[in-house]
Design a protein. Sequence first.
Length: 289
Amino acid sequence: MVNPKRKETTLHLAGRVLLIIIGAVLAAGSIELFLLPSSIIDGGIIGISLILNNLTNINFGILVFIINLPFLYFGYKFIGKKFLFSSLIGIITLSLGESYLHHLHPPAFTTSPLLATVFGGVFLGAGVGIVIRYGGALDGTEILGILLSKKIPFTVGEFVMVFNVFVFAWAGYVLGAEQAMYSIITYFIAAKTIDVVIQGIDETKAVLIVSDHYEDLAEAITSELGRGITMLSGKGGYKNDKKEILYVVVTRLEVIKLKNIIYDIDRRAFVTIMNTQEAHGSTFKSGAH
C-alpha cells in the first residue's frame, strides 16, 4: 500500500527548489528588463507592488515580499507547510533577483511598449507558471481568492478578475490610460502562458462515444490510433436501454483522425469531446493500455 504521507526525497526536493528559483529569476528578469522600463505592470500583488514602486521609489523586491506576507500566513494555515516553504523560496528569489538587477541597472531589452508587453508577459507568465507547477506562488491574490470563495458568491477566477479590475483602474490613474491598456494585455498574455506551463504544451482531449457499434469502434481506434479504450456501462434516459460508452484520451492532432474513424463506422454515434488538464501514465504516452 502506498503511504499518502510519504516523505519527499532529497534529490526531488533539490530539483523542485532549483526550478522554483529559475522561475522566480525569470519573473524578476521580465519585470526589470521589459515591464518597468516601459511603465507596464501585471495584475495582482505584483501589479500593486509595481504601482507603489512607481509612486514611492521603494524597492519592488521589498514591496512584493512585505505585501505577500499576510497571504503566505493564510496559505500556510489552509494549504500547508510545503506550500509556505515553496512560496517563500520563490518570493525571496523574486525580491532579491529584481533588487540585484535594479542595482546593476542593465539596459532594457526593448524600448517598444508593444514588444515589452508581449515578451514581458510571456517571460513573466513562464516564471510564475514554473513556480506554481512546483508547489509555490509568487502572488497572494489567488490564495485570498481561495479563502474568500467559501464566504462570497464568486469563484476564485471571478474574484481574481474583479480584484485586477481595481488594480488596472489604479494603474490607469497613476500611469495613464495607455499604460493601463498595455498592462491589461500583459496580464492576459502572462495568464495564458501560465496555463501552458502548468498544463503542458501537449494538449489532450477526452472523448466519450455512445454507439451500438462499440466493439467495431473499440477495435478500430486501438488498431489505427494505438490508443487504449475504456468501456463504461450506461443506460439510456428515454428508453431505459443499456448502452456501452467508450472513453478514450487522444492528443489534439489525433482528434480529426478519431472522428473519421467513428463516422466511417457509425455516423449516428453520439460523440462528446472535452478538454483535459493533463494526461499521465505510461499507458497514455505509449498509446496502449
